[in-house]
Design a protein around this ligand. Sequence first.
Ligand code: PLP
Length: 425
Amino acid sequence: MNYDQFFTDAVDALRRERRYRTFADIERNAQRFPRATWHSPGGPREITVWCSNDYLGMGSHPDVVEAMRETALKRGAGAGGTRNISGNSHEIVLLERELADLHGKDAGLVFTSGYVSNETGISTIVKLIPDCVVISDELNHNSMIAGVRMGGRQKAIFRHNDLDHLEELLQAAGNRPKLIVFESVYSMDGDIAPIAAICDLAERYGAMTYLDEVHAVGMYGPRGAGVAERDGVMHRVDVIEGTLGKAFGVVGGYLTGSRVVMDAVRSYAPGFIFTTALPPAIAAAATASVRHLKHSTKEREGQRAQVAKVKAALAAAGLPQMDTPTHIIPIMVGDAKACKAACDVLLTEHSIYIQPINYPTVPRGTERLRITPTPFHDDKLIAQLAEALTDVWSRLDLPRVRDAGHERRTVAMGTAPIAMPIAGG
Ligand code: PLP
């Protein structure tokens, strides 16, 4: 039996469909974020990263790095095992308190990633609710879809942000227990859910709510708790999930909610029980980041200003950006090969790194570049970006301004088989 052939065939299939992914070999420069070194085939080169989810540059913040260094020196590099075996490190206890306070909830529960928190969190919650119907937005992230599937309950998918459809499904579920699963900021289209209106429906139909704020924590709301905080509805959402790996700049994921729900997830979730905990140094760094962003608005304001400038520069250049109310700026290309070619030219000739976003992260025909400006992308870098994109668009004869809004995704990134590589998020 030639086992290798199975894998070769699988990878070849991706190549044929132009979905084979390559990742640039990059060294981030903490002193000069968002500058980095690209280990190109011709040797090391300095580049600017325009697609990082370290949205506020907190991964390089001196307080965060120092908390990690200092804690690693005192506690060592690892956690020493699962929390079941080794107990809670004090740093995780402090982090969970900080997160519960951030979202105005009784308790928080930290996991090794946002992916794990969604997968094990959603599946455990729905398994613990007898006869539950899960009602899920069609564009939910792969980790949420994995959680819904793993939960094994009946599911109903509502059209993206469509309140009428959501209401129809809530009505159809009758008196059964219901969990509504949705995101605040959708990461590939950069649009926002009507959280208050979803809570209205949840209250009217007696549903529990689970909200993923992965692309919003740190960045929206007076203390950086996310869009639900900004909209004044945080207390109306039952479970808020987030990541420590994007705007907070570290790694890890979490849930916050009532004491009883958090205690039940802690007691039943395999993705919590059977895996080594986050190291204390990571937890301490995350706590430093969350604390900092509760009080400091400088990063959020700086980011907002630079996002507005990038949007204006791209509009002036006639580039087909999607109109978003968030920090996520997708530029539509509409073809996998052209999208990859555009990114290659940007990197090799303009020293600008933007990862192409192709199927299955987005539907075929809506391939795009996804730009995420941070407060550290200064005006000079923005001018360089606009110039470079203008050059690439002319050189490759890519489509210019059009109504990119109608090309919003119509399938969820997670509808692809689980084994497929997903670059987004
Ligand atoms: N939820 C959403 C909406 C995401 O885009 C991602 C992507 O990374 C995750 C969850 C997973 O979070 P993490 O990267 O911390 O695993």
